[in-house]
Write a new protein. Structure first.
Length: 67
């Protein structure tokens, strides 16, 4: 749940970037990959790490996506 919330926030922040479409697509691809890996390996640590990374970026550099 945390990863999805952070990913959505990251995508919304991405709408402020110069290339929002590609930036948002990258976040979706990375998030989907983390979820797929967690399901395949039965290990949610990758999702937790990505959520923490997105959280830090959302708080420190909210408009940096796609740059």
């Amino acid at each position: 749940m945390i990863l999805l919330r952070q990913a959505i926030t990251r995508m919304l922040n991405g709408t402020n970037s110069f290339d929002a479409c590609h930036a948002v697509a990258g976040v979706l691809k990375t998030t989907n990959g983390a979820i797929d890996t967690a399901i395949a390996t039965d290990d949610p640590s990758g999702m937790k790490n990505l959520a923490q990374k997105y959280g830090a970026l959302n708080n420190d550099k909210p408009c940096s996506i796609g740059q």
